[in-house]
Design a protein around this ligand. Structure first.
Ligand SMILES: [Zn+2]
Length: 331
């Protein structure tokens, strides 16, 4: 398995032999976030590999990409929605909602920020380096694709690393805002239970009586209390220019490769519909049923960690193969 050096060099553990998903160093037990493992369907895998080998692959990723990094999906390993995500209208319309958000986000930030890319993120970056992936559209806000080395990443739902004032537009770095909150809320972190669950948007559950004591961040420019992480909350709208850019990426794709998404949210599903409409093959690697089954050319219903490293190995081997002597010279 010498081709795995791209994985090993980065200190990534290989999948455990006992059938559990690969555990990566992180803040949360991934047994709580990663769905059960299933064997890889060989026929479907071969179809997937051939599509990807043809190149010009645009990747669309969802929450399933980051579960092995300890960041849970809203729906959990069983596909059931477990937590109610923050709604945009609620956040924008109420100081109390913003205070609750920031109290939770403050408490979860250090653990969220400590999450590291997993083997699937590294495989996507490797596929880009191999020249078969031309771009990544992600619905995730954790920055882990870029941290793994992917370069052409479009963050459809923004990034938790940035903050913006809803009133005057002033931008901030999240780390800076976090430092203010640490200063303004001495001892607050210690009040929150250690084992509390980190949510997909980086917050954790905090009792209401603690929320009431929390001092939320204020804008240095306009002194308002409308600082918002630069992410699209549920019920919020994705920036039109970003959507147009994503459509252009899909329009130029040889294959749209969906990774770790059940496509239940229209903001991702629309790209699958677009690809299918234009006759672009749609390959899906995710555990469980998806909303896009009718548009899907092939789905491998297995964990990304069991499929993507193998895909990288196979494509590296293909690229290393000497050309068939009987084939016409491409030049
Ligand atoms: Zn402001």
């Amino acid at each position: 398995m010498e081709n795995r050096s791209w994985v090993r060099a980065l200190g990534e553990p290989l999948p455990a032999a006992d059938g559990r998903p690969p555990l990566v160093p992180g803040p949360v037990d991934t047994a709580l976030t990663v769905p059960p493992r299933t064997p890889v369907d060989e026929e479907r895998y071969a179809l997937l590999r051939d599509l990807v080998a043809d190149g010009e692959v645009v990747v669309l990723t969802g929450a399933g990409m980051s579960t092995a990094s300890g960041i849970p999906d809203y729906r959990g390993p069983d596909g059931q929605r477990r937590v109610q995500p923050m709604q945009h209208a609620e956040f924008a319309g109420s100081s109390q909602a913003r205070r609750r958000y920031w109290a939770r986000a403050f408490s979860g930030w250090e653990r969220f920020a400590a999450a590291r890319p997993n083997v699937a993120h590294r495989a996507v970056a490797a596929l880009e380096q191999l020249g078969v992936v031309t771009g990544v559209i992600t619905q995730n806000v954790d920055g882990l694709h870029q941290e793994a080395g992917a370069r052409s990443v479009l963050e459809l739902h923004g990034s938790l690393a940035r903050v913006q004032c809803l009133d005057c537009g002033e931008p901030y770095q999240r780390d800076q805002v976090h430092d203010w909150l640490v200063e303004a809320n001495p001892g607050f972190g210690a009040l929150v239970q250690d084992g509390a669950e980190v949510r997909p948007d980086g917050d954790i559950v905090v009792p209401e009586e603690l929320v009431a004591r929390f001092r939320a961040p204020r804008c240095l420019v306009c002194d308002g209390d409308a600082l918002k992480p630069d992410v699209v909350f549920f019920g919020g709208s994705v920036d039109r220019a970003l959507v147009d850019t994503a459509y252009e990426m899909v329009d130029g794709a040889g294959t749209l490769l969906v990774l770790g998404s059940s496509l239940r949210v229209m903001s991702g599903y629309r790209f699958v519909r677009r690809a299918a409409r234009d006759g672009i093959p749609v390959a899906v690697v995710t555990r469980g049923a998806t909303r896009g089954w009718a548009e899907t050319t092939v789905q491998v219903d297995s964990l990304l960690q069991d499929v993507l490293p193998r895909l990288v190995d196979d494509l590296m081997a293909l690229q290393d193969q000497p050309r068939d002597a009987g084939a016409p010279d491409p030049w």
